[in-house]
Design a protein around this ligand. Structure first.
Ligand SMILES: [Zn+2]
Length: 79
């Protein structure tokens, strides 16, 4: 089980890495911050978004943009 979890997180990190090179710098910064907050708070609960909004007041805009990029990139690279 431990091995399975580790490899799943590796796949996830590689996917994020491949995805990030298509993004503008401010969205990369946002993703890094988002991932760092997950170290403190695993789930997307109210506390999570509270921490995010402390640094990114317009985080909903960034999330929406990421979503758009995600579709665009996954079509291009066939993820
Ligand atoms: Zn998240």
């Amino acid at each position: 089980m431990r091995t399975k979890c580790a490899s799943l997180s590796l796949v996830r990190n590689l996917t994020i890495y491949r995805f990030m090179k298509y993004l503008p710098e401010y969205l990369i910064e946002y993703i890094i911050f988002h991932e760092l907050v997950h170290i403190i708070e695993k789930n997307h609960n109210s506390r999570f978004w509270e921490i995010i909004s402390g640094k990114y007041k317009d985080y909903q805009k960034s999330e929406k943009e990421l979503f758009k990029y995600w579709f665009k990139v996954s079509e291009e690279v066939g993820m």
